[in-house]
Write a protein that binds this ligand. Structure first.
Ligand code: GLC
Ligand code: CA
Length: 559
């Protein structure tokens, strides 16, 4: 049976940076309500809103201090109710983050848990005694945290460590404890009863942890980033099946789990094979690492590793097809901006439109990240104060303050990887602060906002924004919607070093997508398919070109 989310086009909203309605410099719920018309104009019918719960904002809301309340930064529970109502009136469904791995250290449960070893909440979190070697206190294991340093934090009060795989203000919940599982189920139920349509399940891969056995380290390592110690362990599936049985199965919702970087197809299938009753789809990260951006030397040009990117897409498309459902996205609030990552500043229009074609004709529920549709870029970071991301400040403390890394080198190195890249304010217009707010925004703004903004792009028929509108309209509302949603994916010309080409084969229609992932031209060999129609072209072609231009992409109906 067809599900509503199989024909949805998602749009992720990083609430803090989307639209500020009361001019305090912080995006908010009323800001989203103001922009619902824009979302309808764009054509999406599903939004994912990043956390808006009560929080001290150490990690911009992924550190929750009260799951049942809204942060005053963002508004109130009534604002959320209004948003749900108004979005639904426009045919836009809403999913929100369900944060299961951790809470804030300012959550009531943790405040209690810290107090004493026999506190009723002690076991809500993961506590372990120190180890001692030569009289020196040591963490219970030598495992690293995703944000830098150890995944353990010492708490003087009871003389034990608590686990925190993210920041020290984000203690991990103990999923072994059935009370914790019940509490989170209650949270999920609360939001579903309020009318939301599902969840993006944050960091779900990490809710199960291994036995506390040290990782093997080299002499120059202190903590080992051996994420396997707490990623995609078999027990996670037991926990999810319990959540499904208790909560998810009772509603007509969608669930998409964030399963991190190392998940294999075989892991993904465990999460999403329908008769296992866990999740509907997962976000993997593999396609985020298909260029030299993450470890580039100064001055080195960015290049896509085309064979690698093609093989990653092929792996996830064919690996799940016919067995489960897929989610597709280019970036989220943790990744560089798409144009700065896989686009080309010499061909911003062409490359951005090619990337849209490349991904959004594939199989799976798509998610755009706010600002992607207008071609927003990474900002320019000048000093450490320009960074807001807690993980950068943790690394800064260790690398620069403690280990004396050159500050210029540090800034160069993290400018690409920092999650701040995707978190600059949405560029609505050329006005001061990009029309995001009338006061100075909480985060730095990209200095290209006078050129790259929604207002300009609505005017310009050839803009990236108007191109995204076409892509979305074709995907959702054209005669091709069935073949795009359900057609079989098949890659062709696999060995081509510049071209990425795939078919979508439906019961009555067949589509061929051709993308030049590079800035080089090349001649296209004779196609073995008869072209019936040009569905979309980023060079506005009226016939299939013999020579493919830089970043050219074309979508054809063929037989
Ligand atoms: C996920 C979120 C990220 C957050 C982390 C901890 O990876 O996407 O932003 O910091 O989980 O909740
Ligand atoms: Ca505000």
């Amino acid at each position: 049976m067809e599900k509503w989310w199989q024909k949805s086009f998602g749009y992720q909203i990083y609430i803090r940076s989307f639209k500020d309605s009361n001019n305090d410099g912080i995006g908010d719920i009323q800001g989203i309500i103001e922009k619902l018309d824009y979302l309808s104009y764009l054509g999406v019918n599903l939004i994912w809103i990043c956390p808006f719960f009560a929080s001290p904002m150490d990690d911009n809301g992924y550190d929750v201090s009260d799951f049942y309340n809204v942060s005053p930064d963002y508004g109130s529970l009534n604002d959320i109710k209004e948003l749900i109502l108004k979005a639904h009136e426009k045919g836009i469904r809403i999913i929100i983050d369900l944060i299961m791995n951790q809470t804030s250290d300012e959550h009531y449960w943790f405040k209690e848990s810290r107090k004493s070893k026999d506190n009723p909440y002690r076991d809500y979190y993961i506590w372990a005694p120190p180890r001692y070697s030569n009289g020196q206190r040591k963490e219970p294991t030598n495992w690293a945290s995703f944000f830098g340093g150890s995944c353990w934090e010492y708490d003087e009060l009871t003389g034990e460590y608590y686990m925190k795989i993210f920041s020290k203000k984000m203690p991990d919940l103990n999923w072994k404890n059935p009370q914790v599982r019940n509490e989170i189920a209650k949270v999920a139920e609360f939001w579903l009863d309020l009318g939301i349509d599902g969840f993006r399940i944050d960091a779900v891969a990490h809710i199960g942890k291994s036995e506390f056995i040290d990782s093997t380290i080299t002499p120059d390592e202190k903590y080992k980033p051996e994420w396997e110690k707490y990623s995609n362990l078999p027990i996670v599936h037991d926990y999810l099946r319990e959540m499904y049985e208790k909560v998810f199965s009772k509603y007509d919702i969608m669930t998409v789990g964030e399963v991190g970087g190392r998940a294999l197809i075989s892991d993904a299938l465990l999460y999403v094979t329908p008769n296992r009753h866990e999740l509907n789809m997962v976000f993997n990260f593999d396609h985020n690492w298909c260029n030299n951006g993450w470890n580039r030397q100064k001055g080195e040009k960015l290049v896509i590793n085309v064979p690698h990117m093609k093989s990653i897409f092929d792996k996830w498309q064919t690996g799940l097809q016919g067995k489960a459902w897929n989610a597709i996205y280019w970036l989220n609030h943790d990744q560089p901006r798409l144009l700065s990552h896989y686009g080309d500043s010499r061909y911003p229009q062409e490359s951005a439109k090619m990337l849209a074609i490349c991904l959004y004709f594939m199989w799976g529920t798509p998610f755009i990240y706010n600002g992607e549709e207008i071609g927003m870029t990474n900002p320019h970071f000048k000093s450490i104060d320009d960074f807001k991301d807690v993980s950068i400040h943790t690394q800064y403390k260790i690398n620069v303050l403690e280990n004396h890394q050159d500050i210029e080198d540090f800034i160069y190195q993290v400018s690409y990887s920092t999650r701040d890249n995707a978190r600059t304010p949405m560029q609505w217009s050329g006005e001061e602060y990009g029309g995001f707010s009338k006061s100075r925004p909480w985060n730095i703004l990209c200095d290209n906002y006078q050129k790259i903004n929604v207002e300009n792009e609505i005017e310009d028929q050839d803009s990236i924004l108007n191109f995204y509108r076409k892509v979305i309209a074709i995907r959702l509302n054209s005669g091709y919607n069935d073949v795009i949603a359900f057609g079989k994916y098949q890659q062709i010309k696999k060995d081509h070093l510049k071209l990425y080409a795939y078919l979508r084969i439906g019961s009555t229609k067949k589509i061929l997508v051709l993308c030049n992932l590079t800035s080089c031209e090349f001649n296209l060999d004779e196609l073995e398919y008869r072209v019936i129609n040009i569905i979309l072209s980023n060079y506005d072609r009226k016939e299939v070109p013999k020579t493919f231009a830089p970043f050219e992409a074309i979508v054809l109906e063929v037989e």
